[in-house]
Design a protein around this ligand. Sequence first.
Ligand SMILES: O=C(O)CCC(=O)C(=O)O
Ligand SMILES: [Fe+2]
Length: 307
Amino acid sequence: MSDLKITPMGFAAGAQVTGVNLSKPLSSADREAVHAAWLKHLVLVFPEQDLSPTEQIRFSEDFGDLDPQTSQASSTLHPDHSQILVLSNKMVGGKKSGTHNSGRNWHTDLSYTLRPAKGATLHCREKPPVGGDTMFANLYLAYETLGQRIKDLLEGLEAVHDVTLIRGLEQREPEVIAEMKQRNPPVIHPVIRVHPETGRKSYMVGERIRGFVGMSDEESQALKDLLNRHASSPEFVYRHRWSLGDVVMWDNRCTCHVALGDFDQTKPRVLHRCSLEGEQETGRFVDRGNTGVTDRAAMVQAVAAVS
Ligand SMILES: O=C(O)CCC(=O)C(=O)O
Ligand SMILES: [Fe+2]
């Protein structure tokens, strides 16, 4: 008999899973129960887990192939386990870690690649006394509560996702910035997503969108603001306050998240992340420098041409 217990922690998302020790392989019944809970609650929290990197990798692999992490700066990967991204505000070799300010604006992981992640697991290894929470938004609810006119507008619409819009990227070491840009040229994804397992629709938004294909930058900005503001409404958000040993696992196909920087930066905050590789390559590269997003100068020229 399994002791696994699932306790919802929020209406929009979030459930606590107790009665499992993730350092040991899960039984197939527990794995199925966790998988079903993941699809239902979108964000699962497993408290008090004492996990080595190898054990976190094995647990994560129960839910999909691991992302090869080729989009990440090599200095940010675990030195012995390249499947793990180390999110840390500690200095590395006398330099600021390339992840010291990761995740500071609303985003869906790896939307700046051709294959946004399927999901991820995060293990909390060090934490500041207060602050540094992570918030997750349910994008199914965000989509379902839009009015029909806006839903119609999103149908067939595509967005340009750009790694340079990661908030605070400019504060990282120059080598890290250059590597992130070189590894991740801008990509285009459909705005509407259909979840491959649940069949439910959501929209992929976030602050790493440069604009929408076929819209001016002005139009793009207004639509992006509307979609982001709506998606991050408190009613759609689960806010996780970390405890040491927490493992948080989220479904990246129907959520976005943000890591808050509201903590004493002299205190360490260290999490290990395994990303699950997206099942679908939904993106394509932008054609040579043309984002399809018209800028203000082009609009002014167009006005001049007709007047
Ligand atoms: O540091 C965190 O809480 C989360 C950072 C983040 O965006 C991620 O791990 O994908
Ligand atoms: Fe993230």
